[in-house]
Design a protein around this ligand. Structure first.
Ligand code: B12
Length: 447
């Protein structure tokens, strides 16, 4: 069958302006679906809305590809663009089937079930079941609008088809050199933070599944041969949680001569408990850790069910500084019930930690999480349309929170010292030449 996969990710940066972008992150879910479908002999192409100049380009592209089915992925904030795409596809060629999948359809079937432009809603993971859906379409044997996917063994599915996206992945940290690639070693998260769970458990199940370190290295080697690899981001929710996995991975990464800078996520409690592990990671290339510090108030950390302490936040930052690991600090202000004093404790904590990259958020109630339910029950949410389901501190999210005060508080956390600005400048200078040269050489993506 002819399948088009559609990435609707314009809620943040919008459509292309002036020139089609040569860089952008890839969507791993679609890349995995693409390789699973190609393995079964289907023809797969991509419609990336970020590469279009506007909605008016979509009908012509759909006519040109002329697919039998379009598969649309969707985070909550992509809802409007995804649903509009489905409508345009149906208006362009009514015979084309549309199917939506990803975290939002998995959690919020009720928002899509009556949509006349969507033929199927796919819940869960797709590598095993989506090819079967296509077989069912050929045979005319699909009876239900809602389909649930089986969970694949991650060691038995093909590598993500990175070539689906014609753009280069661009590093978002000044210390990372191109070719930069992102990767995901596992699915699911063992923790119970109530600003996230149980949403992810509904998508990936209660157990975390991780590809074996050997298979992960095979994928890196394959990618290095075909795209190049000078730096790496491992996107797992909390990679450092699996100490044994990391140890095996480090041995292989080192043995096979990688030593390329990599970044991943960790938690304050894990860092404090395993400083030796992070020393080894640093030796093998760990350039930066993304740490969810969240709050400088213990009451708020407990309210969020984070399972860490403020003391661990401070100590983990000390460990990183001692080892020379850059810190990308995730933290949030405006949690329901948070007082001004508690918000100021977060400000004080971030100022003391002085992260390489401060990444503040206004707490945002995300569908499928326990805290979302709490906000619904107490009528606290100010979110009016789906594009506001982004954590960036731009629009007010929760009733009763003084966002003018928070904006000022936030400013105090993002001011960088001269020393830090200098360090970032040096980092940028070291990679600029390579990144510019590579981007310049890269052809503009063809549609
Ligand atoms: C990598 C990642 C990113 C990357 C890349 C994002 C991207 N667009 O790909 C970056 C760092 C840029 C990012 C940013 C954001 N992210 Co993010 N991100 C992730 C992360 C860690 C991994 C996603 C992933 O690739 N998973 C692995 C793949 C294989 O799974 P998958 O994509 O779900 O796909 C499978 C199934 O869902 C299904 N499927 C998916 N699509 C489709 C389509 C069809 C047709 C079918 C049949 C099936 C199907 O099949 C796939 C294969 O089995 C997840 C958490 C997680 N563990 O999943 C959060 C997550 C997706 N992100 C989240 C959020 C909120 C964001 C931000 C909005 C944060 C913010 N700033 O506010 C931004 C949005 C940026 C943007 N413009 O898209 C939330 C989404 C929650 C929600 N309800 O929408 C998640 C779940 C994290 C969380 N729990 O809070 N993110």
């Amino acid at each position: 069958m002819k399948v088009a996969l559609l990435y609707p990710g314009i809620a943040m940066g919008g459509f292309a302006r002036g020139v089609r972008p040569k860089t952008g992150y890839i969507q791993h879910g679609l890349c995995h679906i693409s390789s699973a479908l190609k393995k079964e002999g289907h023809e797969v192409s991509l419609i990336d809305l970020r590469g279009l100049f506007g909605w008016e380009e979509l009908p012509a592209l759909v006519k040109k590809i002329n697919p039998d089915i379009v598969g649309i992925t969707m985070m909550s904030m992509d809802f409007d663009a995804a649903v509009k795409s489905a409508r345009i596809i149906k208006e362009t060629k009514d015979r084309i089937k549309t199917i939506v999948g990803g975290i939002h359809p998995t959690l919020m079937e009720s928002e899509l079930i009556d949509n006349p432009h969507i033929d199927y809603i796919f819940k869960g993971e797709a590598e095993i079941t989506f090819p079967k859906v296509l077989e069912g379409l050929i045979e005319g044997s699909i009876g239900s609008k809602v389909i649930t996917g089986d969970k694949p063994d991650l060691d038995r599915i093909p590598f993500a088809d990175r070539f689906l996206f014609k753009t280069l992945e661009s590093p978002w940290a000044p210390c990372l050199r191109m070719p930069f690639i992102t990767s995901i070693a596992g699915r699911g998260c063992v923790y119970n933070c109530n600003f996230c769970q149980p949403a992810e458990r509904k998508l990936f199940g209660a157990r975390v599944r991780r590809v074996s370190p050997g298979r992960f290295m095979e994928e890196l080697e394959f990618t290095k041969r075909n795209i190049g690899l000078e730096s790496l981001m491992i996107h797992d929710d909390c990679l450092a949680e699996d100490v044994k996995w990391i140890e095996k991975f480090l041995t292989l990464y080192d043995k096979r001569g990688f030593r390329k800078p990599f970044v991943c996520q960790a938690r304050a409690d894990i860092i404090v408990r395993n400083p030796g592990l992070f020393k080894d990671m640093k030796r093998c290339g760990l350039a930066m850790l993304l740490i969810g510090f969240e709050s400088g108030s213990q009451r708020i950390l407990d309210f969020l069910k984070k399972g860490t302490t403020v003391e661990q936040n401070y100590k983990s930052a000390e460990v990183c500084k001692k080892l020379g690991i850059r810190i990308f600090a995730n933290y949030m202000l405006g949690v329901p019930t948070e007082t001004r004093e508690e918000a100021l404790k977060t400000v004080e904590m971030i100022k003391k930690i002085a992260p390489y990259t401060p990444s503040p958020a206004f707490y945002t109630p995300l569908p499928g999480s326990n805290l979302f339910e709490y906000c619904e029950k107490n009528n606290l949410s100010l979110i009016k349309d789906h594009t506001e389901y982004k954590r960036n501190p731009t629009t007010p999210k929760i009733k009763g929170i003084d966002y003018d005060f928070l904006n000022k508080a936030l400013e105090a956390t993002t001011k960088m010292s001269r020393g830090l600005r200098f360090r970032r400048k040096i980092d940028k200078m070291k990679v600029r030449r390579f990144n510019r040269r590579l981007t310049k050489r890269h052809p503009s993506p063809t549609l």
